[in-house]
Write a protein that binds this ligand. Structure first.
Ligand SMILES: Nc1ncnc2c1ncn2[C@@H]1O[C@H](COP(=O)(O)OP(=O)(O)OP(=O)(O)O)[C@@H](O)[C@H]1O
Length: 141
């Protein structure tokens, strides 16, 4: 098993419903370790970069408006196979298709209002950790 660090964003629905503690607890209960955590607002530029792969979709402006509704919480989580395990804990992108027991199944509403973003590969995790955390904000101990 590979030790990996993944980037998670608690989206505005999680913040507004005061579910941050519940969601964090689900991750920590799976033996994933916090290496970095911060609250931040997301600029148009950052969102254009983060969602570049859907920038040409009709729903893109809606995503930007949604992701700017409140600050988000960015989390760097480390553990064995953290990238795929976190995505399994979240369930499929579309909350309506997510089974009970997954975070999106239990707390998500739609394709967009879906609790968290999480990196989907080692390459995106490395790029996303750099995107959301500055030098010195991710800790090894
Ligand atoms: N059909 C859609 N309608 C509205 N929003 C969508 C739709 N498809 C995707 N999105 C939004 O775009 C985000 C990025 O889509 P992507 O296909 O990369 O899914 P994902 O990688 O599972 O999601 P995320 O990047 O949030 O973890 C989704 O999380 C969702 O917020």
């Amino acid at each position: 098993m590979a030790t990996e660090t993944t980037l998670i964003l608690f989206k505005p629905d999680t913040i507004e419903k005061n579910l941050s503690g519940t969601v964090l607890q689900r991750f920590l209960a799976e033996n994933l370790t916090i290496r970095g955590i911060k609250m931040m607002t997301l600029s148009d530029e950052l969102l254009a970069e983060h969602y570049a792969h859907v920038a040409d979709k009709p729903f893109f402006p809606e995503i930007v408006a949604f992701m700017q509704k409140t600050p988000v919480i960015a989390l760097a989580l480390e553990g064995d196979n953290a990238i795929s395990r976190v995505r399994d804990l979240l369930g499929p992108t579309n909350s309506q298709e997510a089974p009970a027991g997954t975070l999106r199944g239990d707390f998500g509403e739609t394709m967009m209002i879906n609790v968290c973003h999480a990196s989907d590969s080692t390459e995106t995790a490395a790029a996303e950790l750099k995107r959301f955390f500055n030098e010195g904000e991710i800790f090894s101990f």
